[in-house]
Structure formats: structure tokens, C-alpha cells
Ligand binder design. Structure first.
Ligand code: ZN
Length: 457
């Protein structure tokens, strides 16, 4: 749409990290046409409708560099269980869910993301092709991939690792359908990647197949890496090396790769990954639910790795990602005030864009870039007094202060109201889908107990 914002504080996140006061931003079509003083924008774009942004900040839409929206179905359960969650719950429930249940939960995730000022979601997961159109219909910027594996992932929770190419082919078929149906569609707003689920469940055959798909379609790659002690132990048993070394041996490291987590990386792994220009998707909030995330963040940051922030499972709140990310990063340095808030704000904006290879398109508010932005209320109590806005946002920011969100120049949320979805209906559908999914999970896996609150009357 064509519109101009006047009298705003603009958190540009440009190369100089300029914070502009009493500024204006003009939007024409899908792009930011100009950024300047209010007077300049008012004069040059007099014909455009005006939003008076007095008392508000415009910030680039946040980029969630790694998440699985469908796993909101587990919210309020595995965070507080001692059980192994990845193969114990996340994998089996993803197969137990119906297409309608995945879609219902995915839309809940989109609403939570929008309400936290997020405009871009990176979604590697299973069966994405069954709910991709529902997410694309919201108007959000999306990066999809089928998280492929050729180990029989449903057996791993029983301690059995078996590779099966026929099983792996089912993932590759879904990935191919996803690429053919969604890559570079919706005016470029929807893109695809290739995803290897993790080094312990992808054989060299699967990694080669995924590289073939990358080459054929010119895609970028993502992988979970050194996420659990079980993964590290299995790769050691199977290949006699660390997950990072295993990926290098199979031509799976490079500047087009985003690795999520790095939790149990060794110092040598960090050097190896940095040397190859691999990006990190750091999901500090989710990874810290059972205690502060153990990844060697200080070494990773000192090695110059591009660290992009994500939410991973059970939440889409990017403010939590920044707040807890700050605590975890500083903790990794033994406490203190390094890194400063600006680095976390970069992690939620520019670094995510860089990890996707699109920093020239999104991640900052600059003329020529996509009009992906969030309008923040600066008069809410958590934003006052205002001395250092980046500090306020990182330490005290929360979704309640996000007023409006625009993607590709279109408002998806405006003045506190989500425009692209019916929030109440989505919440009801998601609750019903959660009950259905858990009951089916329990039927298929009687050893996984059904939460009392979800028992049918
Ligand atoms: Zn993940």
C-alpha cells in the first residue's frame, strides 16, 4: 500500500544503527520509498495518506531465524517434564497430527509471532507442505523446509537407530512438493530451503540428496546441530566424530548453512564452523527452560559467527528471545555487560536477514528495502523512562507494546487488531486441535500419558 508515517522514532538498524527522532518513512507498494525527517517526508510524499506516529517507534520487523510453529501443540507440557523431548514427544506428535490440526496450530503461531513484532518466520519442520498455504495466507514472510531424516525417527525414543532409504524418500517427496508448490511464490514473500533434521538422523546418503536438491533449485540450507547429548553420542558411535565434523565430511558446511543450537559444540567445532562461515540460529529462551543454555556462546561470538535469534519450540515471542538471549550471552562471558543490547537487537533483525542471504531486502528500515516493520508504543510503562531505547527493548520489551505490523507494505495487524486472521476463532481451533492431537498421540503411544486437562469428558 502507499502510506507515510510521520513524527516517529525510527530504529533504522541500518549500517550505522541510526536512531532517528521526529522522522518520517514513506511506503510505496511493497517497499520503503524513503526515510527522512518528518518535514522532508511530509513534503515529498504529500499525496500519500498519513499515519501520525507521535509517541511511537518504527522498528524493522523481527526475523525469527528458527522455529517450529506446529510445536505450540506441546506448550505447557514438555517444558516441565524430565523426559527427552525431541524424539520422545516432538517427533511422535508431529506424525500423530492431522493436516487440519497442524494448520490450526500453525495459525496460532502466526498470531503470536505477529503480536511480538515478527514479520519473518523460518519454519523447518515435518509435513510443512500440509500447512504452508495456511501460513502463506496470513501475508507473513516465510522460509519453509521439510526437516528431512532417513533414520527411523519414531524408533529413536526406544534407543534404536536404523537408517531406511524408503523412509527418507517420504521426506524428500514432501520437500520436493514444498519447493514445487511454494518456493519463490507470493511475489517472493514465500521461499524454501533444504533442511537436514540433525546429524544423528541423516546418513551421508540423505545429506547428498539434500545437496542435490539445493543445487537443482538454488536453495540455502539449515540443520539442527549438536542439540543434544544423545545426538553427539550417536554421531560418535556411527561416524567417530562430532556433529560439526560429520557435516563437514559430507559437504554440509558453508555460508549458505544455518545451524541451530550448537549446544554441545567443542572449541574445535566452533573454529571449524566459523571457518566455513556457518550462521548460528540461537534459540536461547527455549533452550534455557531447564537451566541456562550451555552453548559456548562467548567462543561463538568471539569467533565472529553471525548469531541470529530464533524461538524454536512452544513460543513465537521474539522479545523473550532477546531478553533471555542477553542473559545467556552475558552468562557465557561469566557475567558482566557484554554483549550490549544493540547486538541482541541485531540478532533479531539484521543477523536473521543475513543468515537467509537477504540483508539487502529486509532486516532494517532503509529506502529500497521491503516494507516489513512493526510500530511500537513508546508510552507504555516498560518503555519509560527512555534513555537508551535499545536497552529498553532488549531487557523490557514485550508483545503488548506492538501496535501494528506491516509485511510487504500491507498491514497484517493495525492498532492492536490482527487483520489477517480471526484471533478468537484461531484460539478455539488451536485448543480443539491440541486435544485431538494429544489424544491420538496417546492412542498410538500408550506410554506417553495424556495430560489430565485434555481428557475427553
Ligand atoms: Zn528446532
Amino acid at each position: 500500500m502507499d502510506i507515510k508515517f510521520l513524527n516517529a522514532t525510527v530504529i533504522t538498524q541500518n549500517g550505522r544503527r541510526e536512531l532517528l527522532c521526529n522522522a518520517g518513512v514513506a511506503v510505496e507498494g511493497t517497499r520503503i520509498a524513503a526515510v527522512g525527517t518528518s518535514a522532508e517526508i511530509a513534503r515529498a510524499y504529500a499525496q500519500l495518506p498519513t499515519v501520525d506516529a507521535t509517541g511511537k517507534a518504527l522498528m524493522p520487523g523481527l526475523v525469527n531465524a528458527h522455529t517450529h510453529v506446529v510445536l505450540l501443540v506441546l506448550r505447557g507440557t514438555v517444558e516441565d517434564m524430565g523426559a527427552e523431548a525431541i524424539y520422545g514427544y516432538m517427533t511422535p506428535i508431529s506424525f500423530a497430527m492431522t493436516q487440519d490440526e497442524r494448520r490450526a496450530i500453525a495459525l496460532l503461531g502466526c498470531i503470536e509471532a505477529l503480536r511480538s513484532g515478527t514479520t519473518t518466520i523460518v519454519e523447518p519442520f515435518r509435513h510443512v507442505v500440509t500447512y504452508a498455504d495456511a501460513m502463506a495466507g496470513t501475508g507473513m514472510r516465510l522460509w519453509f523446509s521439510e526437516s528431512c531424516a532417513d533414520a527411523l525417527t519414531l524408533k529413536i525414543r526406544s534407543g534404536i537407530y536404523e537408517f531406511d532409504q524408503a523412509w527418507g524418500e517420504t521426506f524428500l517427496e514432501r520437500e520436493t512438493a514444498l519447493i514445487e508448490g511454494f518456493h519463490d511464490t507470493h511475489g517472493g514473500r514465500v521461499q524454501c530451503q533444504v533442511a537436514a533434521h540433525a546429524p544423528d538422523n541423516c546418513s551421508p546418503w540423505m545429506l547428498r540428496k539434500l545437496n542435490d536438491l539445493r543445487d537443482k533449485h538454488g536453495l540455502r540450507r539449515t540443520v539442527h546441530m549438536a542439540q543434544s547429548k544423545g545426538e553427539v553420542a550417536q554421531v560418535q558411535r556411527y561416524a567417530g566424530c562430532t556433529p560439526a565434523q560429520y557435516l563437514e565430511r559430507n559437504d554440509w558446511l558453508g555460508p549458505d548453512v544455518v545451524g541451530a543450537h550448537w549446544t554441545y559444540c567443542t572449541d574445535d567445532d566452533v573454529s571449524l564452523l566459523a571457518k566455513h562461515g556457518v550462521h548460528m540460529a540461537h534459540c536461547a529462551a527455549n533452550s534455557s527452560r531447564r537451566g541456562p543454555h550451555a552453548a559456548p556462546l562467548a567462543k561463538i561470538l568471539d569467533a565472529g559467527v553471525n548469531v541470529a535469534l530464533g524461538t524454536d519450540n512452544m513460543t513465537e515471542d521474539m522479545f523473550q528471545a532477546m531478553t533471555i538471549g542477553s542473559i545467556v550471552h552475558r552468562g557465557s562471558y561469566g557475567g558482566g555487560t557484554n554483549p550490549q543490547p544493540q547486538a541482541l537487537l541485531d540478532g533479531a533483525t539484521r543477523n536473521g536477514a543475513l543468515s537467509l542471504g537477504v540483508l539487502d531486502q529486509i532486516g532494517s528500515i532503509e529506502a529500497g528495502k521491503k516494507a516489513d516493520l512493526a510500530v511500537i508504543d513508546l508510552d507504555g510503562p516498560s518503555m519509560r523512562p527512555q534513555i537508551n531505547l535499545a536497552s529498553n527493548l532488549v531487557h523490557y520489551g514485550h508483545p503488548g507494546m506492538v501496535e501494528s505490523v506491516m509485511v510487504d507494505g500491507e498491514f497484517l495487524m493495525r492498532d492492536g487488531k490482527v487483520l489477517c486472521l480471526d484471533e478468537k476463532e484461531v484460539a478455539r481451533n488451536a485448543q480443539a486441535a491440541t486435544g485431538g492431537a494429544w489424544r491420538r498421540l496417546h492412542e498410538k503411544n500408550p506410554d506417553l500419558p495424556l495430560p489430565d486437562s485434555l481428557r475427553a469428558d
